[in-house]
Design a protein around this ligand. Structure first.
Ligand SMILES: [Zn+2]
Length: 453
């Protein structure tokens, strides 16, 4: 079997090592040999920090306008209102570039920043039917050699309040979605039991995971979290359920949090946060201390919910650390863990990490150690995708299945057999902002801040 050697890789513990990759996995990790004659074709990483590829745990590939015309943010009429935001989104999407193009723009942004595993929610409702799911399934297939994507059938317009959605969600799972989503069972559908009956019923029927958007705050949100936790345990789905946002965990008393966190941990329910703007968000340190898996995602990137997002999970770790008041090295390492190992655990990824036998999907960047990487967020980085199980570097499906040549600055080397390298600084021409801030937009800017989708 062909081997590829990466020399002088700095690992998280500071040691300098030589990494050997065979069959798409690390086959050996040994102290740097500094051999006078390095193995043929060896790549010298020259002391760069090597981290496992990041995990983008929550994104919306179908609704972003990244790479499309700039869409000025429209404020809600009377404070944050999910229904109103969904209506804005529908209007925006009618005028947007084709979904596949927008999804690919966003996907390539994430891959270039070092995420090689992703969970994307995809809208399913009576109005759009399965159109979004079908398009994003096609994008996943095109990019399967480059990134592992889990898809969540996401009832953006509720389930009970959007007749026909339950059947469509079932169909979406049959088509290939991996998880079933949900949306504020109480405030949106006004029927927690009815909403969760459909979600967990379909999950059990199709053997799918669950990932529910939950923006409801305070005791209402806490009640829904408890219901989700109880159902997870009752249906034996420990480790397969996630709650995204769970703002309620950020605005309850420490005692209530401690009690709930213990239950969440016992049920193996993961909590996703993107450390959102001006919202209370789950206390990362306290939840981790209680044994809860906390992971992260970009969520919305330049869409109808907010204009922010850059697809860089290392930057997301920085935001999580900043908003959490993390200063000490172990805390900065925790922020990094949220976008890497914890994400891998939440998504159930196999063979994650820098270890013999793990999949050789990694990022090399200039930082002395993880705490420095989290605070400095080096933009220059190289991303390596060494292949799927049973396939060696260079044995992936070949040129035709690779993304557009423009993305793969080093596609030739990839084809020559050592994995794929992409330069972070690359920016596709289509990613340039096509629109310009209008006077009207300037007036609107800053007048409203919204929760993520
Ligand atoms: Zn979302």
């Amino acid at each position: 079997m062909n081997q590829t050697h990466f020399l002088n890789a700095r690992l998280a513990d500071g040691s300098l090592c030589d990494l050997t990759v065979a069959g798409g996995r690390f086959s050996a990790i040994a102290p740097a040999a500094n051999a006078a004659t390095p193995p043929a074709g060896a790549i010298d990483l020259a002391g760069q920090l090597v981290l496992p590829a990041f995990v983008e745990g929550h994104i919306h590939l179908d609704t972003s306008f990244y790479g499309d015309a700039w869409r000025p943010h429209i404020p809600c009429t009377n404070g944050f209102d999910v229904r109103e935001r969904v209506a804005f989104q529908m209007r925006n999407l009618e005028q947007a570039a084709p979904m596949e193009e927008r999804a690919i723009n966003q996907l390539e942004l994430c891959v270039g920043n070092g995420s090689l595993a992703m969970r994307s929610h995809v809208m399913v409702d009576a109005a759009v039917g399965l159109k979004h799911v079908e398009t994003i399934l096609g994008v996943r297939e095109k990019y399967r050699d480059l990134i592992d994507i889990q898809l969540v059938a996401f009832p953006q317009s509720g389930i009970l309040s959007s007749p026909g959605t339950a059947e469509l969600l079932d169909e979406a799972l049959k088509l290939g979605c991996d998880l079933i989503g949900g949306l504020d069972p109480a405030s949106f559908d006004r029927d927690v039991k009815g909403h969760l009956d459909v979600v967990f019923g379909l999950a059990e029927k199709r053997g799918a995971g669950v990932d529910i958007h939950l923006h409801d705050r305070g005791t209402l949100g806490l009640f829904e979290i408890e219901e989700i936790v109880a159902r997870t345990t009752a249906s034996g789905m420990q480790g397969k359920v996630a709650i995204s946002h769970a703002y309620a965990l950020g605005d309850i008393s420490a005692d209530a949090l401690a009690e709930t966190a213990e239950r969440i941990a016992a049920a193996g329910v993961a909590i996703m946060t993107n450390a959102p703007g001006d919202h209370p968000f789950p206390p990362v340190a306290a939840l981790r201390k209680a044994g809860v898996t906390v992971f992260a995602g970009s969520d919305n990137i330049r869409d109808s919910w907010w204009p922010y997002g850059d697809g860089d999970m290392l930057n997301r770790a920085n935001m999580i650390g900043y908003r959490s008041g993390f200063y000490e090295d172990w805390e900065l390492e925790a922020a990094y863990d949220v976008v890497s190992h914890a994400g891998a655990k939440a998504l159930g990824l196999e063979g994650y990490g820098i270890a013999v036998g793990a999949r050789a999907d990694f990022v090399a960047l200039r930082a002395e150690h993880i705490p420095e990487a989290v605070v400095a967020v080096p933009k220059e980085r190289t991303v390596y995708r060494a292949g799927r199980e049973g396939e060696g570097p260079g044995q992936l499906s070949g040129e035709a299945s690779l993304p557009r040549d423009s993305l793969c600055a080093d596609a030739a080397r990839f084809r020559a057999g050592w994995g794929l390298a992409m330069k972070k600084e690359y920016t596709k021409p289509t990613l340039a902002r096509k629109g310009r801030l209008s006077a009207q937009t300037a007036q609107q800017a800053g007048s409203d801040s919204q929760a993520p989708e």
